[in-house]
Unconditional design. Structure first.
Length: 500
């Protein structure tokens, strides 16, 4: 009998009642290993109702109570790193070391949430006028929701719900139906840490579940990470329903390599950033922009390194890159490589025919490297989300920045150079939300915030860090005047309040 991943609502496993299920495959074998219950709108409503009921007490709980739970939760997550990573590998396919890295980056936000007492301190100004004080505080929103992608089934949820519940909200998580098991384990461990029933709920599903969250009147805010078309849809729909939205979309991240750069370091970085996690990450470098005469040498160094990467099942300790999430996605990624030559690119490495012995039915693709790519080609225009690296050639720094700024995406970017002045100019002139200087994937640490510009972000707040705290809370300002006991009543004044 096929194993079923069910919902987690009100502190317990709840079997799906919609009658709809989705397949979960092992990407290394192509075999369906599990089915996941797909929620109806009523099932989503039940999760929201559980969260709303829990908010009545969690929303007024003490900071000490919340942080005590989070500290225990952090310890449990640390103890179960391997278990979480194994689920990620089994359903997503990424290699175990990469999955462990994902868990570690999620733990950063749990640690940030443990320090929420400092983040939620208010402000006070005394004697702004005669016997008048002004204070400001931040309060929770209520029930908030998170809709998360397949490529980081543990990390991205952990970028959302720990901070949200630390701020006093309750949470409904709708993870990707392609790799749902990690989300359930995260919720089970939270319950073991003492999180009250209903504070964190997990409902699995497809567009039906997403739309139910976007339209539910009791959901105050929605966080999303995924593709740009869906991010745009979620932002428009949830905003029209009066919800607060942070919707992180797709990317086409560029790495500018100047002639003075250490080309060995740049090639190492390009291979790591383009092909790590099989390119299935929104911070992957998918376009290297080579300035001046270094292009040929840089491409040769990238090729030399890429040809040595070992592809295999994620649970094989010798594997450096695993399969893609589904066969359909593998075929789509391959189509960009097979069509590249016709659009003017030089195919330096073609990974489309790659298979792994003993795992021939897995969703395998090798590393592909395309040189002399034009900006009007499909391989450059689209977010491929696979192990395909495009190299573009420009004559000058200014040409490179102009090319990069013309992209509709503005997520992450990097420059490789030994010139501090050039790096400073780049940092100020590039139109992207996250910049790396000799750092290929500039994902901020937990106490800074993650987010892009342009078509890579819809909404006003980046995720986690200070922006995350502000997103999951709203400000309130109180102005107070207490009469001096020695004063006689002053009578009624109908004039405008005077502060001077």
């Amino acid at each position: 009998m096929t194993k079923t991943v069910n919902h987690w609502i009100g502190g317990k496993t709840v079997e799906g009642t919609s009658g709809q299920y989705g397949p979960v495959t092992d990407p290394a074998t192509g075999a369906v290993t599990t089915q996941v219950a797909l929620a109806s709108a009523d099932e989503v409503g039940a999760a929201v109702a559980a969260a709303k009921a829990a908010y009545a007490t969690w929303g007024t709980s003490s900071l000490a109570q919340r942080t005590a739970v989070l500290f225990r939760y952090r310890a449990l997550l640390d103890a179960h790193r391997d278990d979480i990573a194994a689920l990620i590998t089994a359903e997503h396919g990424k290699v175990h070391s990469d999955a462990l890295g994902e868990v570690a980056r999620g733990l950063e936000i749990v640690e940030l949430a443990c320090g929420i007492t400092t983040q939620l301190k208010g402000e006070l100004s005394t004697q702004v006028s005669n016997r008048v004080d002004v204070s400001s505080i931040r309060q929770s929103l209520g029930v908030v929701a998170g809709i998360t992608p397949f490529n980081f089934p543990a990390m991205v949820p952990m970028w959302m719900f720990p901070l949200a519940i630390a701020c006093g909200n309750t949470f409904v998580l709708k993870p990707s139906e392609k790799d749902p098991s990690a989300a359930n384990l995260l919720a089970e461990l939270a319950a073991e840490a003492g999180l009250p029933d209903g504070v964190l709920n997990v409902v699995h599903g497809d567009k039906v579940a997403v739309d139910a969250l976007l339209n539910h009147p009791d959901v105050a805010a929605v966080s999303f990470v995924g593709s740009t078309p869906i991010a745009r849809y979620i932002h428009a729909t949830a905003s029209a329903n009066g919800k607060r939205v942070q919707a992180l979309g797709g990317a086409k991240n560029h790495m500018l390599v100047l002639p003075d750069a250490d080309l060995d370091a740049a090639a190492d970085a390009a291979v790591s950033a383009a092909y790590g996690s099989a390119g299935e990450r929104c911070m992957a470098i998918s376009a290297v922009v080579a300035v001046g005469a270094i292009g040929d040498e840089l491409v040769a160094k990238i090729r030399e390194r890429a040809e040595k990467i070992k592809i295999g099942p994620g649970n094989d300790p010798t594997s450096e890159m695993g399969p893609l999430i589904t066969a359909a996605h593998r075929d789509k990624v391959a189509s960009y490589v097979t069509g590249a030559a016709a659009q003017g690119a030089e195919v330096v490495l073609d990974g489309t025919g790659h298979t792994v012995e003993g795992f021939e039915d897995g969703h395998w693709i090798g590393l592909s490297l395309l040189d002399k790519v034009s900006t009007d080609s499909d391989a450059y225009q689209d977010e491929i989300f696979g192990p395909v690296l495009c190299v573009l050639r420009v004559d000058t720094y200014e040409d490179g920045v102009a090319l990069m700024n013309a992209s509709p995406f503005g997520n992450g970017t990097a420059i490789f150079t030994r010139d501090g002045g050039a790096a400073r100019r780049f940092q100020l002139e590039i139109q992207a939300g996250m910049v790396g200087v000799n750092v290929p994937i500039p994902v901020p640490v937990g106490y800074h915030s993650f987010g892009g510009w342009k078509d890579s972000l819809f909404g006003d707040h980046h995720i986690y860090g200070n922006d995350g705290v502000h997103f999951y809370t709203r400000g309130k300002v109180t102005t107070t005047r207490w009469p001096d006991p020695a004063d006689a009543p002053a009578g009624v004044d109908l004039g405008f309040p005077r502060n001077h």
